[in-house]
Design a protein around this ligand. Structure first.
Ligand SMILES: [Zn+2]
Ligand SMILES: [Zn+2]
Length: 438
């Protein structure tokens, strides 16, 4: 996509944005194209690398791309060592044992690490690279999630998912042939993560208007073309059309870059990610099957759009405040419920969400504020698609369209709609709906 190159060129030079920040691109080289793997040795030399490369892959990604890229590097005179996680029947988890293995096997002499894989491998290598003070290069094998360009690593530590600071890759080389042959469930997961940008964007706009939160339009614009292309032709993804797979991958990479521009995951993550995160936690806790992140984000997006459609169709000026006051729950009542629901995780959750627990006086003030901004909110969010439109897009791509279809119990959906908003301090439409009593 020429648009991506132009935008990245501007970012590479660095520019002062209307959001008040100066943005620049922390990633030196990005390419999504056919035949990229063979070019990796030359590109590494261009970046100034000549020393030992440590390649990390799993059995699947080694077969898909790792062996080829390692052979190309060796042929070009690089010294290459490898850590290959054995994953014929068991999924690799980004947890303590996997990290320990990396720290044991990566030699101190390695000049650069190379993550050949999708989310799990990339997150593990990103964290190891950061801790060892070494650069890493990402070789994505599937357009399955938007974390490739990211500077943080979600890891599972002590059975909980936590996000750790790390570094973005020095370069990203995604071979289109490899991406197009990725398993379809991974491709549709990437589409789910991309579709989630609708509600992420809306939530950010909402919070800018209501809370005066920092906002950067150009970080959102970065992803717009890819989102437009993929959502206008979801069946192209199902048919593995190279131009669509390329757009999806670029959209996912750009989403990671948007996050680093904004300095937080705001442009890429709103209520839909809170729901997905809730289900993920609960799956971990109850030892159930973990669906790919993007798959959960995909089914969460129409749910959040449903809330939007309902909220935007209502009139906050018509709220009967006296009646609402009678059903209001004071902070200590809410805190007790959150504690009971989250159990051993409650402390952590409460530090995030204390400010979301409002006294009636505070809530009444918020409602007046929302009333005064209502016209602006409705106008700004008039671009939002309806929930049914996104369900249709997901179906056309061959993705799961609802939590039930994914096998998530009804209770999990209900609980997520009530409690997921306490997982993060970030303001979303779920908070707006709660404030208005919808
Ligand atoms: Zn995501
Ligand atoms: Zn900006």
């Amino acid at each position: 996509m020429a648009a991506m190159d132009a935008r990245l060129a501007a970012l590479r030079h660095g520019y002062e944005c209307s959001c008040g920040q100066t943005h620049h691109l922390p990633i030196a080289d990005i390419e999504v194209a056919y035949g990229v793997l063979a070019k990796v040795p030359d590109r590494l030399r261009d970046l100034g690398f000549s020393g030992p490369v440590h390649v990390v892959a799993d059995s699947n990604t080694q077969a898909a791309a790792g062996a080829e890229v390692a052979a190309a590097l060796r042929q070009a005179g690089f010294s290459v060592a490898e850590t290959i996680f054995d994953t014929p029947d068991k999924a690799l988890v980004p947890n303590e044992p996997a990290l320990a293995r990396l720290f044991l096997e990566i030699p101190v002499t390695a000049e650069v690490l190379m993550a050949v894989g999708s989310g799990t491998i990339t997150d593990l290598v990103r964290f190891a690279a950061y801790k060892m003070g070494k650069p890493f290069v990402s070789v994505p094998t599937a357009p399955s999630m938007d974390g490739y360009a990211s500077a943080v690593s979600p890891l599972i530590v002590g059975g909980f998912k936590r996000t750790f600071s790390a570094v973005p890759p020095r370069a990203i080389y995604a071979d289109l042939e490899v991406l197009c042959s990725a398993p379809m469930w991974m491709i549709v997961a990437g589409f789910g993560d991309l579709v989630g940008k609708y509600t992420a964007r809306a939530d950010w706009q909402l919070s800018r208007i209501i809370n005066g939160e920092y906002y950067c339009q150009s970080s959102l614009d970065l992803m717009a073309a890819a989102l437009e292309l993929c959502t206008s032709n979801p069946e192209g993804l199902r048919r593995r059309k190279p131009e669509l797979i390329k757009a999806l991958m670029e959209g996912l990479i750009l989403s990671g870059i948007a996050i680093s521009m904004a300095g937080s995951s705001r442009p890429a993550s709103g209520a839909e990610h809170q729901l997905a995160h809730y289900w993920e936690m609960r799956s971990l806790k109850e030892n159930r099957h973990l669906y790919l992140h993007g798959t959960k984000v995909g089914v969460a997006t129409p749910l959040v759009l449903g809330i939007y459609n309902k909220v935007l169709g209502s009139d906050p000026n018509a709220i009967d405040l006296d009646k609402l006051a009678q059903t209001h729950q004071e902070p200590d009542t809410v805190e007790t419920a959150v504690r009971a629901h989250y159990g051993s995780m409650a402390e952590e959750v409460l530090t995030e969400s204390q400010r979301k627990m409002l006294t009636w006086a505070a809530r009444e003030k918020r409602i007046h504020l929302i009333q005064s901004k209502w016209e602006e909110i409705q106008q700004t969010l008039s671009w939002l698609p309806r929930a049914e439109e996104v369900v249709e897009m997901l179906a056309r791509a061959g993705a799961e369209t609802s939590p039930e279809r994914l096998g998530l119990p009804d209770e999990w959906v209900k609980d997520a709609l009530t409690y997921a908003r306490y997982l993060r301090s970030r303001y979303t439409v779920m908070d707006l709906a709660a404030e208005l009593g919808i």
